[in-house]
Design a protein around this ligand. Sequence first.
Ligand code: FMN
Length: 173
Amino acid sequence: MRIVLGVTGSIAAYKACALVRLFVKAGHDVHVVMTAHAQEFVTPLTFQTLSRNKVETEMFAPAQEWNPKHISLATAADTVVVAPATANIIAKMANGIADDVLSSLLLATKARIFVAPAMNTGMWENPATQRNIATLKAQGVRFVAPQTGELACATTGPGRMAEVEDIFAAIAE
Ligand SMILES: Cc1cc2nc3c(=O)[nH]c(=O)nc-3n(C[C@H](O)[C@H](O)[C@H](O)COP(=O)(O)O)c2cc1C
C-alpha cells in the first residue's frame, strides 16, 4: 500500500517517526509530507531516512517531474494519514483551504484519509474544532480519537494523540 503521512506542527511529531517505522516494517511505501511548523519539531532528514523516500516540504520546490508533487502524491496514494494533526490542519481541511503542500494534497486526493488529532485540551474542546471534525466525519474522513492523559503543556485532559500502534491498527483494518 502507498501511504502518504502528513506531519503537522505538534509536539507529537516525534511519535510519527515510530509510525513510519511500523508502516515500513509492514511493507508499505511511505511518503512523508511535512508542514513548515512540523519541521520545527522533527527534521525532514529523520523522516527521509526512516521512510527511505524523499520528504515533501515545499509547494514550489524545483520540480523533477512535470506534475506537481501535491497532485502526483494525491493521485498515487492509497491512504493519506495525518498524524499528528493540529487543530490548524483540521480547520483547513474542513474548509477546503490549500495554502501549503500538505493541505493542497489533502484537498486534491481521492484516497481514504485518516486523521489522528493531537492538541491542547482547550483547542480540542473548542466548538470550532469539534464542528470541523463533525464536518470532516460527514465527508467520510476517519478519525483515530485522541486519548485523555498527560499533555506536553503540563495539563491532563483529552487531546493526546492516540498511540501509534492504535493508529497503525485503525489503518490496517
Ligand atoms: C511547543 C509547541 C507545541 C505545539 N503543539 C501543538 C499541538 O499538539 N497541537 C496543535 O494543534 N498545535 C500545536 N502547536 C501550535 C501549532 O504549531 C500552530 O497552531 C501551527 O500554526 C500549526 O501549523 P501547521 O498545522 O501548519 O503545522 C504547538 C506549538 C508549540 C510551540
